[in-house]
Write a protein that binds this ligand. Sequence first.
Ligand SMILES: Cc1cc2nc3c(=O)[nH]c(=O)nc-3n(C[C@H](O)[C@H](O)[C@H](O)COP(=O)(O)OP(=O)(O)OC[C@H]3O[C@@H](n4cnc5c(N)ncnc54)[C@H](O)[C@@H]3O)c2cc1C
Length: 400
Amino acid sequence: METSAPPIAPKLALDFNNTAAAFRHRSDKQLARSLFLFQAFQIKPLVKYGPALARWSLDIGLPVRGLMRELFFKQFCGAYTLEGTVELGQSLAKRNVKTVLDYGVEARRTDEGFEACKAEILRQLEHASHHREVAFVALKATGLCSADVLERVQAGATNSMISKQHKHLAERLEAICVKAAEVGIPVLIDAEESWIQEPIDRLAEDLMARYNRERPLVFTTVQLYRQDRLAYLKQLHARGFEKGFKPGVKLVRGAYIEKEAERATRMGYANPLFPSKGLVDVAYDEGARYCLEHLEDFGLFAGTHNEQSCLKIAQWMTANGIAPNHPNVYFSQLYGMGDHITFNLAEAGFNVGKYLPYGPLDDVLPYLFRRAQENSSIQGQSSRELTLLQKEVRRRRKAG
Ligand SMILES: Cc1cc2nc3c(=O)[nH]c(=O)nc-3n(C[C@H](O)[C@H](O)[C@H](O)COP(=O)(O)OP(=O)(O)OC[C@H]3O[C@@H](n4cnc5c(N)ncnc54)[C@H](O)[C@@H]3O)c2cc1C
């Protein structure tokens, strides 16, 4: 993480309702597109059946590619290629927002695919060393190894093929961390489904034990919608203390709520997630506070679009004399979402990184479909997103 002389207090009072600041970078046309899209997300059957329909249309060659690109891809993705992200990254940097590079290609199936993904991540790290606007590189273990292998490792059902694939994953991650250490760019390892997460956690922790001795370079992800994760966070802290490393943790609520519930029911085990959103919110805030209370030991990367959680973290930092740009605290939102949080936090002087996914349209579809589902959730902040867009459109109309 970048270090700079910390100011004592935020530059401005935080106001997440400031839509002028939130959407300053969007033209009227872009705003109208976002509004249309977020309105469409409120139509439940569209979100439920849309992904299958879109895939089928692409498979049989219906001319929907242009529409998906204009409407969907442009909202949530930075570009098709790494080079294509530069302009966007630089425009974010002008507003004090750093970039988190995220190669959006998921769930590869072949060794060539995993190697290509590793090569792209190494390229991102090299690129980041020449582009100061890039603060982090994010990756998914399932981009480097099949989910099937991870599931079998977690279930303890190994054979020589599984062990070999698992070893290859460890080697790929090792190569990535060697490069990350060389160029000084931290790496965020995403969290995925609970039935494949154990081997990812073990590998991440092993890397942290070796690469995070002076500062958090490798970040693991903790999903606070899981009932066991607060305890895990504290155990990780204790092990870090004992072994002399500083855990880097990306705190998120968790993206696989339906899949987790469906599998637990189908296979007859207790759902590992909290039974209500309220309990998840409490766990998230407690996790963030725990990290802030031990900031000398932790790197905290708060990945959330929840205004209340961001506000609580910011307020707690201010109340406890933690500089808004303390090098061990970053806030982060995904590109195309939570702009009212991102830009208002950045204007107040907090460290903020925007996840900038990129990749070919067909390959980033799973990512795009997750965004659609997330934004149709009435329990989340998504309808808030729509309200803010409507407010900004009205404000601009009035301003002429
Ligand atoms: C920068 C960034 C990085 C991310 N990286 C990852 C990652 O590596 N892995 C990952 O899994 N997700 C990741 N996510 C997605 C994240 O987990 C959430 O799905 C998403 O951000 C919505 O949660 P929220 O904190 O923004 O707030 P909100 O919109 O307030 O919360 C919505 C979330 O609350 C939880 N929830 C809602 N209802 C219930 C319920 N009934 N029971 C239990 N839980 C419930 C779910 O997690 C849901 O996604 C990331 C998000 C961001 C912003």
